[in-house]
Design a protein around this ligand. Structure first.
Ligand SMILES: [Zn+2]
Length: 168
């Protein structure tokens, strides 16, 4: 997404306010802790997808290994990758306004929050996102410990402060 597209959507200051608000909402979702952590990492762009690993200086192939069509970012893995898109469109079939591909990941999260309250199976979208990630790891033959090893240290600090801020 280029700068112009991003700025045409919502002013940056309110974007970051929304982002912050969503982060605190993650902890209030009725989800197992591992799923809360997963979505929390997504909002901090802390999942070890190829693009993030590369940015941290790890020399790996940065395109999506499933389709090879784009750099593997969190957005690609969760929203743009063909199979993920199909899964969402099956799940959200009756809900017409699937987000445009150029939205930020936290806007996609907001979209899922809205769907969750409208849907019979509350929180299902959050489980689906998690399954997409698990499917990706399984297809790549990655073990749990391998994926955890890609967890950036800098996130731990945020994790501790976010959790204590939202527990009151
Ligand atoms: Zn792909």
């Amino acid at each position: 997404m280029d700068k112009e597209t991003r700025q045409n959507q919502v002013p940056l200051s309110s974007q970051s306010q929304l982002h912050h608000k969503l982060i605190s909402k993650v902890w209030k979702l009725n989800l197992p802790p591992k799923l809360k952590i997963f979505w929390w990492k997504i909002l901090h762009n802390g999942l070890p997808v190829a693009d993030n690993l590369r940015k941290r200086g790890i020399n790996i192939y940065s395109y999506c290994q499933a389709c090879g069509e784009e750099i593997e970012t969190v957005q690609h893995m969760l929203m743009h990758y063909r199979v993920a898109k199909e899964i969402w469109s099956l799940l959200l079939e009756e809900l017409p306004e699937f987000p445009q591909s150029n939205i930020a990941i936290f806007q996609f999260f907001q979209y899922l929050m809205d769907r969750s309250t409208a849907q019979l199976q509350k929180n299902l979208p959050f489980f689906i996102g998690w399954r997409i990630w698990k499917m990706r790891n399984k297809n790549l033959g990655l073990t749990q410990s391998y994926v955890a090893a890609g967890h950036p240290r800098w996130l731990d600090q945020f994790y501790t402060s976010d959790r204590s801020a939202s527990s009151d």
